[in-house]
Design a protein around this ligand. Sequence first.
Ligand code: SAH
Length: 213
Amino acid sequence: MEDTFKHKGLRYKLVNILKTKNIKDEKVLKAIGNVPRHLFMDSGFLDHAYQDKAFPIAADQTISQPYTVAFQSELLQIKSGDKILEIGTGCGYQTAVLLELGAKVYSIERQQELFKKTSKFLPKLGYRAKQLVFGDGYKGLVEEAPFDGVIVTAGAPYVPKPLLSQLKIGGKLIIPVGEDVQIMNMFIRKGQKEFEQEEFGEFRFVPLLEDKN
Ligand code: SAH
C-alpha cells in the first residue's frame, strides 16, 4: 500500500483537470489531492487511477468518476463536524473524500462482499467513518438522523422519502435521479415539509437497487 511521489504527481494533475472542469472549492480540491485513489482499485490499474473516469471494481460495481465525487462534494458545502449520510459506500472513495473534508460520515452499502472489504480497508488508510452499515440505503439511517447532508452515489429511479425526512432544517440531499441517465438533484430542507429543489445536468451511475438483498 504505497503512495509514492509518482502517485502524488498524478493526483496533482488530476486536481488540475478538475479545476479546468470548473470545480472551484479549494477544500474539495485539497481532499481529492489527498486521497490515494489508486489504493481503492485493484493493483495493476495505476494507469487508470488518476484519469478522470469511473472504473469497474469488485462485485460489478464502479468507483465513481473523480469529477462526479468533486461535484457532489462541492454541492454539500461541508463544514467540519457536519453529520453526513452516504448511500452506496462501494470501495469507499467518496467516503474518504468526505472524511478529508472533516465530516462525520455514516455510509450504507447493500452488497455484503463490498461492505466487508471496505470496512476492513478504510481504517487501514486511517479513514474512520462513524459507521459503515450493511443495509438498504432507500431507508436511510433513522437511528442517527437528522443529518446535515445526505449524498446518494447510485442512480435513484425516484427520491426516497426517508432521505428527505432525515435531513436537518437547512440540510441538503444530493441525489442523481433517473433510470439510464440521471439528473443531479439537490434538495434543501427549508421547513418541516418545505424543500427547495435545484437540478444540475446529466450524470451516469450504477443503479440504486431496491429489495434485492
Ligand atoms: N461511493 C462509491 C460509488 C459506489 S457505486 C465511490 O466512491 O466510488 C454505488 C454503490 O451503491 C454500489 O457499491 C452499490 O452496491 C451500492 N448500492 C446500490 N443500491 C444500494 C442500496 N439500495 N443501498 C445501499 N447501497 C446501494
